[in-house]
Design a protein around this ligand. Structure first.
Ligand code: ADP
Length: 497
């Protein structure tokens, strides 16, 4: 870790907080308190202690933010040359990269994830800004062959004000994943971070401002989902909502958007399978599955939370993963452990509830299964890396998203059974396949219902690759060139002569 990270970690350990954290709302280029002065606290999941507070917006504040975004859209941003928009995003990427150390310490502290994982998040955020910076002046329409006497073409126009509702597991990365393509396309943005992780979206405001982004183009209204989030997604001047979060809240968001005929991108839950066939490389597969479920302590919508394994290698593979899981040690996020905290006590209790009920049903716990504390501080919200073995297809451990470090193992004895097991839930977000047989990999890739499938490396991918789910996992795609389409409306223009 760098000297700056060491200094910030020392400051936090000595004072219980960090100097200079942003705490206000960011509306129309100004830092302001909520109109009624309301604030909320943010907690360090590794210790369970409050380390900062922040302004909590009410409907009135959200209305101001949307008005600012609307005015900036009509008067400034949609009139700004596309290449200039790209330059600003590119400069923002450089500035974020320069400030990566501070961003990663704050992100780790606020979310409970290990420093190294937060570093990965900041690096991928920089990549996303750069990727969409390069896209800004390549958003092109089409032409249509109507024949003699007509001339017909289309343009892709920015939709207007976009709302971004952010979850607590990847606060900055999810913000940038939505905001970067929106801004590149010429839209303006109002961001509502999660209550648990309000800080890095605010820090990003300073980066964007320093990069030359005009006032009102990017706004941040922290606050509760019920008040600030709801006011935002119900606002008639919002033209697109990008939401990442739970299915239940996604339904509310879609209902609110429906009233205004506002389009939505919904990135919701997952219960993603990893199919391991008998011919897979056991070591590589075990390592892949380990991090598919235990990275960010399993708090990832696309976590590989089900292992669908051929009966021939069931014992060998599960034993190998259990052996590797034993080496995962919890610790304070700023001590950079290899296994991080659960983001909130409520989430910790939810995870424990799943395991308690499974034990009562007689499901076998291959490893883990208990709450625990940080080894150094004996504090914080942690849950052991957990593997539940040989779980029946209709069990809630297979059917429900747990959003924690819990792997459910399903044993199969044919390719057909593997396909059936992989597709047996209401979710269809991601899937992993581990096999050395290209034909089996092709068949599985065809047959598994998912927005993205990886073969022999669960987390393979990048900002270039579209991401999103089918069925209850969501609507639309983020990342890649496809994400830009959510922020553009096609206008076709036809001349007769
Ligand atoms: P979780 O239950 O894990 O906190 P949610 O899906 O409820 O996940 O939260 C994801 C994001 O949605 C958060 O920013 C939250 O504040 C926001 N949110 C919650 N309820 C609403 C709502 N009714 N309208 C808009 N946003 C909401």
């Amino acid at each position: 870790m760098s000297q700056q990270i060491d200094q910030l970690v020392a400051e936090y350990k000595n004072t219980g907080s960090l100097k200079g954290l942003p705490s206000k709302l960011y509306i129309d280029g100004n830092w302001s308190d909520a109109h009624n002065g309301q604030t909320m606290d943010t907690l360090d999941p590794s210790s369970g202690k409050v380390f900062a507070s922040f302004s909590a917006a009410q409907k009135k504040d959200v209305d101001l933010a949307v008005e600012a975004a609307s005015s900036a859209f009509h008067n400034v941003w949609k009139l700004t040359k596309a290449s200039r928009r790209g330059e600003i995003l590119s400069r923002a990427a450089d500035l974020l990269e320069q400030q990566a150390d501070r961003f990663c310490v704050v992100e780790a502290l606020d979310s409970g994830k290990p420093l190294a994982e937060a570093q990965g998040d900041i690096a991928s955020s920089v990549s996303a800004l750069r990727y969409y910076a390069g896209c800004a002046d390549k958003i092109q329409g089409d032409s249509f062959p109507l024949g003699e006497g007509n001339y017909s073409f289309s343009t892709l126009e920015a939709v207007g004000v976009t709302a971004h509702i952010i979850p607590w597991n990847y606060p900055l990365a999810t913000t940038i994943r939505g905001v970067a393509p929106a801004l590149a396309a010429g839209c303006t943005a109002v961001v509502k971070p999660a209550e648990q992780t309000p800080l890095t979206a605010l820090m990003l405001a300073e980066v964007l401002r320093s990069a030359g982004l005009p006032d009102g183009v990017y706004n941040v209204v922290n606050g509760t989902g019920a008040e600030a989030g709801s006011a935002l997604v119900n606002h008639p001047k919002v033209q697109h909502v990008t939401f990442t979060g739970s299915v239940d809240t996604g339904v509310l968001v879609m209902q609110a958007a429906a009233r205004n005929i506002t389009s939505v991108t919904l990135e919701l839950g997952g219960k993603s399978p990893i199919v391991a066939l008998a011919d897979c490389d056991i070591e590589k597969t075990a390592e892949g599955v380990l991090w598919a479920i235990f990275y960010n302590a399993g708090q990832i919508c696309s976590a590989g939370s089900r292992l669908v394994v051929s009966c021939e290698i069931h014992r060998q593979l599960v034993d190998k993963i259990v052996e590797k899981a034993a080496a995962l040690k919890p610790g304070h996020s700023l001590d950079n452990p290899n296994f991080g905290a659960i983001n909130s006590k409520a989430q910790l209790d939810k995870i424990a509830g799943f395991i308690d009920r499974a034990r009562a049903r007689g499901i076998k716990v291959a490893c883990g299964g208990n709450k625990m504390h940080s080894a150094e501080t004996a504090d914080g919200w942690f849950f052991e890396p957990t593997i539940m073995d040989d779980v029946p297809m209709d069990d809630e451990l297979v059917q429900e998203e747990i959003f924690g470090p819990v792997l459910s193992v399903q044993v199969v004895d044919s390719l057909e059974q593997a396909i059936e097991a992989a597709n047996c839930t209401q979710f269809a977000l991601a899937a992993g396949i581990y096999t050395q047989n290209i034909s089996s990999a092709m068949q599985l890739s065809r047959a598994i219902d998912a927005g993205q499938i990886t073969v022999n490396d669960y987390w393979a991918g990048g900002i270039e690759v579209p991401f999103g789910g089918n069925r209850r996992s969501g609507i639309g795609r983020e990342k890649g060139l496809q994400a830009l389409r959510s922020y553009c409306a096609t206008k076709s223009i036809t001349f007769a002569f």
